[in-house]
Each structure stands twice: as structure tokens, then as C-alpha cells.
Write a protein that binds this ligand. Structure first.
Ligand SMILES: O=c1[nH]c(=O)c2ncn([C@@H]3O[C@H](COP(=O)(O)OP(=O)(O)OP(=O)(O)O)[C@@H](O)[C@H]3O)c2[nH]1
Ligand SMILES: [Mg+2]
Length: 201
């Protein structure tokens, strides 16, 4: 197994990244394994924040680093919480606080007006000053339910309905979430980009 530093403090993300990368002989280690402190996410886009996080981890570890910046865009909220998804209900908010705030914000809206999508941007830097970061993106369309269901995943998964499966993301087995999700799609593209590089393309 080859180790790869992932610039995240989110255990749910790390678990999903490992589920996808392990079959390729890669093991994702969180930044806490390298004593990398969290950096403030001051960017206005997923891309900027992913670069900030990857650069911080690469600078401190001296190794290549991968970062994931992701979030939920709700159409009725003009794309909120978006890049602020982790801190929607406040800087110290937990997943349950964020979900409760979201359900409250949408409480008067019928299903047709509850459309939403997850976005994920993955950035891979070979070193701190890498001028050509590898950037891969994925998105996942669905809508927000009226109540939470399911125990898998993390974040807003219990209220994110996956229309083609007629259940929430938290009710999907992990391997199915990875096949469909914003993160799974971004990682698939990243693996294809790695393979292309190795083949000299
Ligand atoms: O239900 C969900 N299923 C997902 O698959 C998912 N992916 C992202 N999110 C939400 O978006 C925030 C990311 O914000 P984010 O990229 O800043 O990550 P984070 O702050 O949690 O950790 P870090 O990687 O920054 O250390 C997360 O906390 C979640 O609220 C998800 N929710
Ligand atoms: Mg974050």
C-alpha cells in the first residue's frame, strides 16, 4: 500500500476516500496523523478552499497531498449552504445542527422546490508550490427530504434523497454511495488522471 496524505479532519470523508482508493493500492491518511493543523477556509469557491487545504498539508508534511472541498447546494436557498456547508449552523455546528437548520429553512416548501446537489472538488498537489494542481470535480443531484432517515454516511446524508434509489444517501450501502456520489465521481476522475500520467499521456 502506498500512503497518501489527505488534508482533512473529516472522518466520514476519509473513510469514503479509503473505500475508493484502497483497491488501487493507495491508503489515505488524515492530516492529524501528520500533526497538520486545520487551516482557515477563506476561499470563495470549492477549488480555492481545496487548494488552500492541500497546500497547507503539503507544506507541513513535505509530501504530496490530496484535499476534498465539498458541500450541498440547495436551489431554494440560492445555492446555500454551499462552501459553508460544514459551518451552516455556526462555526462549532455538528451534523445534526446543520441538518436541523436546513429542515427548518425548507419546512414550508413542497418536494418540487426542494432540489439540491452535492458538489465535490478534489485537488492533488505534488508539492507545496505545484503550479499544475490536479483538479477533479463531481456533483450529485437529489432533493431534501422532510425528515432524516438512515445511519450511514455523514453530514446531510440522512436528508439527501437519491431519486434513482428512492432513499436517502444515509440509507445506501457505502459502496453504492461511492459509485454514485460527488466524491466517488471526483475520485474516479483522479484515478484516471493518475493512470494517464503513469502511461505518459
Ligand atoms: O451528507 C453529506 N454527504 C457528503 O458526502 C458530503 N460531502 C460534503 N458534505 C457537507 O459539506 C461539508 C464539507 O465541508 P468541507 O469540505 O470544508 O469539509 P469539512 O470541514 O467537513 O472537513 P475538511 O476536509 O475541511 O477538514 C461537510 O462537512 C458536510 O456538511 C457532505 N454531506
Ligand atoms: Mg472544512
Amino acid at each position: 500500500m502506498q500512503d497518501i496524505v489527505v488534508a482533512t479532519g473529516n472522518k466520514g470523508k476519509l473513510k469514503e476516500i479509503n473505500q475508493v482508493l484502497n483497491p488501487f493500492g493507495l491508503r489515505a491518511l488524515g492530516q492529524s496523523d501528520f500533526d497538520v493543523p486545520e487551516i482557515e477556509e477563506t476561499g470563495l469557491t470549492f477549488v480555492e478552499n481545496a487548494i488552500l487545504k492541500a497546500r497547507n498539508a503539503s507544506k507541513i508534511t513535505g509530501k504530496p497531498a490530496l484535499a476534498d472541498d465539498s458541500g450541498l447546494e440547495v436551489d431554494a436557498l440560492q445555492g446555500a449552504p454551499g462552501i459553508y456547508s460544514a459551518r451552516y449552523a455556526g462555526v462549532d455546528a455538528c451534523d445534526a445542527d446543520n441538518v436541523a437548520k436546513l429542515l427548518d429553512a425548507l419546512k414550508d416548501l413542497p418536494q418540487a422546490q426542494r432540489t439540491a446537489r452535492f458538489q465535490c472538488v478534489m485537488v492533488y498537489l505534488r508539492h507545496e508550490a505545484d503550479p499544475v494542481p490536479l483538479i477533479c470535480q463531481g456533483s450529485w443531484e437529489g432533493y431534501i427530504d422532510f425528515q432524516a432517515s438512515g445511519d450511514n454516511g455523514f453530514g446531510y446524508d440522512p436528508v439527501f434523497v437519491v431519486p434513482e434509489k428512492n432513499c436517502t444517501a444515509a440509507q445506501l450501502p457505502p459502496q453504492i454511495k461511492n459509485q454514485l456520489s460527488h466524491r466517488g465521481q471526483a475520485l474516479k476522475k483522479l484515478m484516471a488522471a493518475f493512470a494517464a500520467k503513469q502511461n505518459g499521456q
